[in-house]
Design a protein around this ligand. Structure first.
Ligand code: NAD
Length: 796
């Protein structure tokens, strides 16, 4: 069978999911034809065009770069079916009705290319039944691909082959979804709601039931079921509001309708209070009122007993709070199960019933326990799936407690735990050899698809084999230099180990030392660690030094920052930054100075110093001034650098952060020839290879920066004019003005004639001087303190 390449894709259905799936395909550079019904009047592609306009407004943004919209071509089923012939992949995402989907399949089938792969994004219908509507010849290339909303951001895609699906088609699509779209793929069996929604919606139903049983307020349950137990902040009831209460009721209805034999079937009901909200069109976020509502600045929560709203509080009882602080999961679970406190009982009951349900259903919904656990992590944002949580808490102890509760009639169903779960020799479901498959009664290793060899540090479930930690070459406070001999013994890896990867004095010294060692002993250097890449300078250190009046020391620290950036820039070996998550302030300056960048799509890069009353001074302003000069050099007026500074200035003055790697290129923090990787777990693998290729190609460091034309006094005056108007108009404060003016001075190379040619040291001295001058102001110090205390910027 030939290679699977998607030169062109089609998405059928431009609704919530279809439009966003098309957007993500466009993010990946795939041209897409997006179909919907022909509009009854006006433009025949009116429905799709409206959906495309909607994409620009959606938050979080489905498009990683506004211009990607140009890759999506609107189409309708009456005029454009012949265009399907050029599509290698067709994803159907029309309304959830079997008759509508099968009718559409009959219409499109004659137009499909003989090699095209066709997939449905249905969340509840049987893939096998849907396949029945396709010509027999097409069935080997048909399967389910279940994306989660929002598809750009939710890691999970469930791939559901049918009995007829060609194994190679499913494997190729899995590899493509993983590497090209950056998704976490698990295989699901063709059962209603597949894996994540089946377990996740059950868990919501269990939470609803125990809330009512124990008479707990909704906001207390949200306080209990959020980050404190490793679940998203929106917890239970706020998640319901975000998803839409009608949608939740619909999914519950699907469970009720399609799972008549499920031992928990009697619980697949919409509670009366929820139905009352839906009847009153209080559907959650989309209608402004649901379980919660906002009244002025206050958030209120529904009291289901009275039907009234009251100010939200959301408190943990002292006893449950103390139990949740226990670090040992075995002790924590034992304490929850033993406590009489209603909140503790709630949590124990919720875990117990979810574990019970997952254990009983495992054989019917998923190939193995790892797939189920990963589905819950990637599809519902749980930090751990149910089986790994159970295993970490001590399999036997928890299994006995569940069995006791089942026998006593306390569990939501009296169906027994499966034999495998009660096996007295069992210590868990995840082992070094693989994860338990209840269907096959054996342990299954991870899939052997070559695409997974690109993931050197994949998401591992608790109990699974650990990864190769690599060989430490040198280590100091906040920094580790190491390598992976099996990958490439000649490429060193530099990782920050400081908290949140903040950059303090010790980290700066460590990076410089690491670069020197790598230059001496290695062929290349990759700067990589897990997200965030770096959230900036250690502000606490900076603040303390300000308070102590140590401004000379601060100036030296800024200089060290600059020298560190330069060390990465002028290294005799290639340096490659492999970036994911936030790369702010100093982190951004470092990556700007490496020779190349490998960026995860979800990288959020920016120079945000203005937020704390500062400007980029780790050589970032210098680098942007130099970039403007390079851009101007390619024109007939090489001295006119000002136009290239304008967008940069605006980004710095307003502390803008790129919302994707593609935007970071547009903003000048990364370059067009840098690599964007969609799956963050592939970053290191790609970066190691890029460093090797650059080394083998005979890397030479860039020449020193000299003769850089700057915008000087005229540029500063131009920026001042804009700033003065903003200050007059009350749009910015006096201190905003001061900070932005400093940024202007640094970008324009100081108070010199426009077009003056300066060198790197000059530019560095200017940005350093402006930075330290700002540090001396009480307003900047207040901003730093406020951000340290609250995590938020202070407007003063
Ligand atoms: P939606 O209602 O937003 O969009 C459905 C689209 O189908 C509309 O653009 C509509 O014009 C089109 N349509 C309606 N009747 C049609 C017909 N007879 N023939 C062709 N097109 C028709 O729905 P959605 O939420 O985007 O869901 C689409 C599919 O994705 C469904 O199968 C759903 O189960 C699945 N899904 C939804 C979500 C979610 O969170 N919304 C998540 C995963 C999967």
């Amino acid at each position: 069978m030939s290679k699977f390449t998607v030169k062109h894709a089609a998405v059928l259905g431009a609704g919530v999911m279809g439009a966003q799936i098309a957007a993500h395909l466009a993010n990946a550079g795939v041209p897409v034809t997006l179909y919907d019904l022909t509009a009854p009047e006006g433009d025949r592609n009116g429905i799709v065009k409206k959906a495309l306009a909607g994409l620009k407004k959606l938050e979080p943004a489905p498009l990683a770069q506004a211009s990607r919209l140009g890759l999506i071509r609107p189409a309708n089923y009456d005029d454009d079916l012949p265009a399907l012939a050029q599509c290698d992949l067709v994803i159907e995402a029309i309304a959830e009705r079997l008759d509508w989907k099968t009718a559409l399949y009959e219409r499109i089938a004659p137009h499909l290319a003989p090699h095209a792969v066709v997939a449905s994004n249905t969340s509840g219908l049987s893939i096998e039944t849907l396949a029945g509507a396709l010509p027999e010849a097409l069935r080997p290339r048909y399967l389910g691909v279940h994306f989660f909303n929002p598809p750009r951001y939710m890691r999970l895609v469930e791939v559901i082959p049918t009995r007829h699906t060609d194994v190679r088609v499913a494997d190729q699509l899995e590899a493509w979804l993983t590497s090209r779209l950056g998704k976490g793929v698990i295989r699901a069996l063709d059962t209603p709601n597949f894996v994540a929604n089946r377990i996740g919606v059950f868990s919501i139903l269990a939470a609803l039931h125990h809330t009512e049983r124990l008479g707990l307020p909704f906001d207390d349950v949200d306080a209990l079921t959020g980050p404190r137990i490793g679940r998203p902040k929106s917890a239970t009831y706020r998640t319901a509001d975000v998803v839409g209460l009608d949608t939740l009721a619909h999914v519950i209805g699907t469970m009720r309708e399609h799972l008549p034999d499920d031992p928990w079937h009697r619980w697949f009901q919409t509670p009366a209070w929820l139905q009352a909200l839906i009847d009153a069109r209080a559907l959650g976020q989309k209608s402004g009122v649901g379980v919660y509502k906002k009244v002025g600045k206050e958030i209120q929560v529904l009291d289901p007993a009275t039907g009234e709203y009251r100010p939200q509080a959301g408190k943990l009882s002292d006893e449950t709070a103390a139990i949740l602080k226990e670090r040992d999961p075995a002790k924590r679970f034992a304490a929850l199960a033993a406590s009489q406190d209603p909140q503790a009982q709630f949590l124990w009951s919720l875990f117990r019933d979810t574990f019970h349900y997952a254990a009983v259903q495992l054989a019917s919904v998923a190939d193995n326990a790892r797939d189920l656990d990963l589905a819950m992590r990637w599809g519902f944002g749980w930090s751990q799936g149910p089986f790994e949580t159970w295993q970490a808490a001590g399999w036997q102890q928890v299994a006995r407690a569940i069995a006791t509760d089942i026998a006593a009639g306390r569990a939501m169903s009296d169906v027994a735990l499966p034999d495998w779960a009660l096996d007295p020799a069992r210590t868990g479901v995840h082992t070094e050899a693989g994860s338990w498959s209840a269907r096959e009664q054996s342990y299954k290793p991870r899939p052997a698809l070559p695409v997974y060899q690109r993931q050197l540090y994949p998401d591992r479930v608790h109990g699974e084999a650990r990864d190769e930690p690599g060989q430490t070459v040198w280590e100091a406070d906040g920094v580790r230099l190491w390598n992976l001999p099996a990958q490439d013994p000649g490429i060193a890896i530099l990782s920050l180990t400081s908290k949140n990867h903040t950059i303090g004095g010790e980290v700066l010294a460590g990076i410089q030392e690491a670069v020197a060692r790598a230059e001496r002993d290695f062929d290349g250097l990759v700067f990589w660690h897990s997200a965030p890449f770096a959230v900036g300078a250690n502000l606490e250190q900076v603040y303390q030094a300000c308070q102590a009046g140590e401004f000379d020391m601060l100036e030296r620290m800024v200089e060290t920052f600059q020298r560190t950036s330069l060390a990465l820039h002028y290294a005799t070996i290639p340096t490659v930054a492999a970036v994911q998550g936030m790369a702010l302030g100093g982190g951004c300056e470092f990556l700007m100075h490496t020779h190349r960048r490998v960026l995860a799509l979800e990288s959020y890069i920016g120079l945000v110093e203005a937020g704390v009353g500062l400007i980029p001074a780790g050589a970032g302003s210098k680098q942007l001034a130099a970039r403007a000069a390079t851009l101007a050099a390619a024109t007939a007026t090489p001295n006119e650098v000002f136009p290239y500074l304008q967008p940069v200035f605006q980004n710095i003055a307003t502390a803008q952060v790129a919302k994707s790697a593609l935007q970071a290129v547009d903003m000048g923090y990364a370059q067009a020839h840098d690599t964007v990787v969609f799956h963050p777990d592939e970053l290191l693998w790609v970066a190691l290879r890029e460093a090797r290729a650059a080394a083998d190609a005979g890397h030479t460091p860039p020449p020193p920066l000299r003769d850089v034309p700057v915008a000087g006094r005229t540029g500063i005056a131009n920026f001042e004019m804009v700033l003065l108007n903003m200050r007059e108009g009350g749009m910015i404060s006096d201190h905003d003005y001061r900070v932005a003016r400093s940024a202007a001075v640094a970008l324009c190379g100081g108070e010199v004639e426009a077009g003056t040619r300066v060198d790197e040291e000059w530019l560095l001295a200017v940005e350093r001087r402006e930075f330290v001058a700002l540090l001396r102001t009480p307003e900047t110090q207040a901003r730093i303190r406020h951000t340290l205390d609250t995590g938020k910027p202070l407007r003063n």
